[in-house]
Design a protein around this ligand. Structure first.
Ligand code: OSB
Ligand code: MG
Length: 395
């Protein structure tokens, strides 16, 4: 399909790393603010059901008083990945923050290198790094994205991810609404229990809509018949059909059903995972979530590899608040030739978002690229705050 033709404009991240590696860390405090933000709707997928978003917002303050925000986008349970919010708080408090204190007032690269000693915990690391980078930007120091040579796009094309619905009628209705709102792609959560006739009805009712199916790893080798039917119905892409580590099954269905593209999500949280998936011919596309892959620098490195291998990539979401979504948008604005990123406007998720300026989408399915990193509205933060912990550097 022509739409998937991908042109690579990405320039080496080595240039960017050179610029930021010598920036000295000057951290005075890291605040861990847990909020519970009511959602508009219940969101249901193979991963679980949720009516409010418990989120962890990080505020990093430097010794001159400049500050920046990051969001830890892990869920509160270990049903998407092993990481969950309370455990991330513990990892940040007991392991990442002590490293920060130890390597404070030294070049960033020393801290970043030592961060590798902590195995995994990508969501926790990503949140800390985002907060640090945004603090640099506030202090007029280079942000990793300001040092990337790609052109920043003025607006970002977006799509919506829709959870399970109780009936075919309500599924048809919400897809219709999303199409009319202008979303450039509709992602539907699926599982082996979902009747294929329902998906066929959606496919034939919206013949010109970009539809993506996301299974969150819920299928197994017993379900190959299901994929045969999806391919026959004209579906062209499925996200994370099998559990994260079953790249073997992804390779297999790519051989059996060449018209069904495989997009990976949960399978790839490191560069090593991506290289393994490429070697096994297990993917056609990659959904990059900055949190899942351990932060912006890894996300850029993965983007670069995908460009090299001509694997289309786009930015995924975890139902973030305006903080995480603004950070995601700023990253997405540097990826060219994308059909849509999984980043919806604030109104889709929460009646009240915690950023001062809610993110809005135009009728063509674009969100304007934010001018600056996100700032949380302190009044909203305290309104929805359930817990707060301050980690202070002893100067
Ligand atoms: O698999 O992409 C996923 C949300 C939580 C956990 C996993 C996923 C998702 C989404 C939401 O699909 C996308 C969004 O933030 O709009
Ligand atoms: Mg997914």
């Amino acid at each position: 399909m022509d739409l998937f033709k991908f042109v690579c404009f990405f320039k080496s991240i080595k240039f960017m790393l050179n610029i930021i590696q010598d920036i000295e860390l000057r951290i005075a405090e890291m605040q861990l603010i847990e909020i519970d933000l009511p959602q508009h709707d219940t969101f249901s997928s193979s991963v679980g059901i949720r009516t409010s978003r418990r989120a962890l917002i990080l505020k990093c303050i430097d010794i001159d008083g400049y500050f920046g925000f990051g969001e830890c986008s892990a869920r509160t349970d270990p049903f998407y990945s092993h990481e969950f919010l309370d455990a991330c708080v513990q990892v940040i408090r007991d392991f990442i923050f002590p490293l920060l204190m130890r390597y404070n007032f030294q070049p960033f690269s020393i801290f970043y290198h030592n961060l590798e000693r902590i195995k995994g915990w990508q969501f926790a690391k990503a949140a800390v790094l985002d907060a640090i980078f945004n603090t640099w930007q506030a202090a007029s120091l280079p942000h990793p994205l300001s040092a990337v040579l790609n052109q920043q796009q003025p607006r970002v094309p977006v799509g919506i991810s829709l959870g399970f619905q109780n009936s075919l009628d309500s599924l048809l209705a919400i897809v219709d609404l999303a199409v009319h709102q202008g979303y450039r792609r509709i992602k539907l959560k699926i599982s082996p229990q979902q009747p294929l006739e329902q998906l066929e009805r959606i496919r034939t009712s919206f013949p010109n809509t970009n539809l993506l199916l996301d299974a969150n790893g819920s299928f197994s080798e017993k379900d190959f018949r299901y994929f045969e039917q999806l391919e026959a119905q004209g579906f062209s892409i499925i996200e994370q059909p099998f559990p994260a580590e079953r790249l073997d099954l992804c390779s297999k269905i790519r051989q059996i059903f060449p018209n069904l593209r495989i997009c990976l999500d949960e399978s790839v949280s490191t560069l090593g995972h991506l290289y393994s998936a490429i070697q096994m011919s297990a993917l056609d596309e990659l959904n990059i979530k900055v949190g899942r892959v351990g932060g912006l620098l890894n996300a850029l490195a993965l983007t670069e590899v995908c460009c090299k291998y001509e694997i289309p990539t786009w930015v995924g979401g975890m139902f973030e608040t305006g903080i995480g979504r603004t950070n995601n948008l700023l990253f997405a604005a540097f990826i060219p030739q994308v059909i849509a990123h999984d980043i919806s406007p604030s109104i889709r998720y929460f009646p009240e978002d915690i950023t001062a300026q809610p993110l809005t989408m135009d009728e063509n399915g674009y969100i304007q690229t934010p001018k600056k990193p996100p700032i949380a509205d302190e009044a909203y933060l305290s309104k929805y705050k359930v817990k707060e912990e301050r980690l202070v550097v002893h100067l």
